[in-house]
Design a protein around this ligand. Structure first.
Ligand code: ADP
Ligand code: MG
Length: 241
């Protein structure tokens, strides 16, 4: 029990990265995660898996009931413990794309990259949620959460700044660009970590604390965000739009 709370995994190495996709409901997390997993599996033949956390909570009953006003399942303490134990096991091998609107409940060491999807066109987000049949209360709540950047703030407060990347998710072209950038980032991560990273979470030697004390220009190779930008630049060769 409570395996998720400690740094478990001993000396085991994780050879593949894990990616967390977050954002306000309707920003396109499921769409991106599914497309990304499909593309990664085609590209590498490896066993990438999409884990939609809300589905896991519902299917395995990791909740303390339904909030009627918001028509949503409430994650209580016991459910959260069980969810984290389950995820800890699922994430150990790496090659997981986890999707959830909240991020602070997960240990930082689980994820190498946190993608925050943004839909700056509020009317587009609103229409997506109307099509989903959300109540007026839920529409308003989610639209204002997106305007205020609640998910982005939570991700930035919970993970190293360099690991968090905000991506526009308004158009089909955004989706294509985001998937391409993430696929390139994975290739970059694998090249940078030929022996993987410890499942228990300690930093690999090449990005240890001695490097973080060095001059800023020494840092980029060790940071996911910079690596994401570098991988994307090498892929497209031109600024995105
Ligand atoms: N980049 C995008 N461009 C256009 N439509 C999108 C994009 N991403 C998602 N959608 C659409 O928006 C709706 C919500 O997407 P979904 O992936 O279910 O969001 P989330 O998982 O964040 O709630 C779906 O109808 C999906 O087809
Ligand atoms: Mg979803």
């Amino acid at each position: 029990m409570a395996a998720a709370a400690g740094a478990t995994g001993g000396d085991k190495m994780r050879l593949m990265p894990n990616i967390l996709v977050t954002g306000t409901p309707g920003t396109g997390k499921s769409t991106l995660a599914a497309e990304l997993v499909s593309r990664l599996n085609k590209a590498s033949g490896s066993a990438w898996t999409h884990i939609p956390v809300s589905d896991l909570v519902r299917e395995k009953g990791y909740h303390g009931g339904r909030d009627e006003a918001f028509d949503t399942l409430v994650l209580d303490d016991d459910g959260e413990d069980r969810l984290l134990d389950d995820l800890e096991e699922q994430l150990a091998p790496g090659a997981r794309v986890v999707e959830f609107h909240a991020t602070e409940l997960f240990p930082e060491r689980w994820f190498d990259l946190v993608l925050v999807l943004r839909c700056a066109e509020t009317s587009v987000l609103y229409d997506r949620l109307v099509r989903r049949g959300y109540s007026e209360l839920k529409l308003q709540e989610n639209a204002s959460a997106e305007i205020m950047g609640v998910c982005a703030d939570e991700a930035k407060a919970s993970y190293e700044a360099a690991a968090v990347v905000e991506l526009p998710s308004v158009t089909a072209a955004d989706l294509e660009s985001n998937v391409g950038r993430a696929v390139a980032w994975v290739a970059h991560w694998r090249a940078e970590h030929p022996h993987g990273v410890p499942v228990g979470g300690a930093e690999p030697a090449e990005s240890s604390s001695s490097a973080s004390a060095a001059a800023p220009e020494a840092a980029p190779a060790a940071s996911s965000g910079s690596a994401f930008a570098m991988a994307a630049a090498s892929l497209t060769g031109s600024p995105g739009h």
